[in-house]
Ligand binder design. Structure first.
Ligand code: SAH
Length: 213
């Protein structure tokens, strides 16, 4: 669980690279500089942690590419104290970024083993979300709704209605939509029934799966 000056230096380099690729939110770049991404990968893959690429974390799942994490987080416009729902916890890296920005993070993962592993790991490094559950993210987490922001970190064939329903008025939902590749989509809830839609180009994610458990 070591985090030394060499790791910190590499993170700084990664944040600089993301800035060159167009990430402008300084708080997001600061989070990338602070969070020890190498600890989210198995130690034998440490060298990959600070390259701007996605990486397998077992069970066919991935830790999202740093640029993608930064891009989605920037679109969310996270403010301190906001309630944010994340669908697809995976390694927990995106959840850690949101927590670093001062959000109250509610996150859901459908793979039980990954859920257990990530839950223990986030506690160990001091990045526990406010609420972490195992289940089907298509349904959101109704108990704690509505949310200021919602982020989906797996490719969704369509925008789940229940997620739209769990968004506050004025809230933002960031979700990659479609089959390979997905279109990064931002929905802003203007009113009970009115959503404004913006598209932000192609990204590639593992699929958001319907729960078979
Ligand atoms: N946010 C993660 C990215 C993980 S990849 C990170 O920072 O590492 C997407 C994750 O979504 C996978 O862990 C996958 O198991 C999970 N997932 C897929 N379908 C899901 C569903 N219906 N509900 C909740 N999680 C789901």
């Amino acid at each position: 669980m070591e985090d030394n000056y060499r790791h910190q230096g590499k993170r700084k380099g990664l944040a600089e690279k993301l800035a060159l690729k167009g990430i402008k939110d300084q708080r997001v770049l600061e989070a990338i500089k602070s969070i020890p991404r190498h600890l989210f990968l198995d130690s034998s893959f440490e060298d990959h942690a600070y390259q701007d690429k996605a990486f397998p974390i077992g069970k066919g799942q991935t830790i999202s590419q740093p640029y993608t994490v930064a891009f989605q987080t920037e679109l969310l416009q996270v403010k301190k104290g906001e309630k944010i729902l994340e669908v697809g916890t995976g390694s927990g890296y995106q959840a850690a970024v949101l927590k670093h920005l001062g959000a109250k993070v509610y996150t859901i993962e459908r793979q039980h083993q990954l859920y257990k592993k990530t839950s223990q790991f986030l506690k160990k490094i001091g990045y526990s979300p406010k609420y972490f559950t195992f289940g089907d993210g298509y349904k959101g987490i109704k108990t704690y709704a509505p949310y200021d922001k919602i982020i989906v970190t797996a490719g969704a064939p369509y925008i789940p209605k229940s997620l739209m329903a769990q968004l506050k008025i004025g809230g933002r939902l960031v979700i990659p939509v479609g089959e390979d590749p997905q279109i990064m989509t931002l929905l802003i809830r203007k009113d009970v029934k009115k959503f404004e839609k913006h598209n932000f180009g192609e990204f590639r994610f593992v699929p958001l799966l319907e729960n078979k458990n």
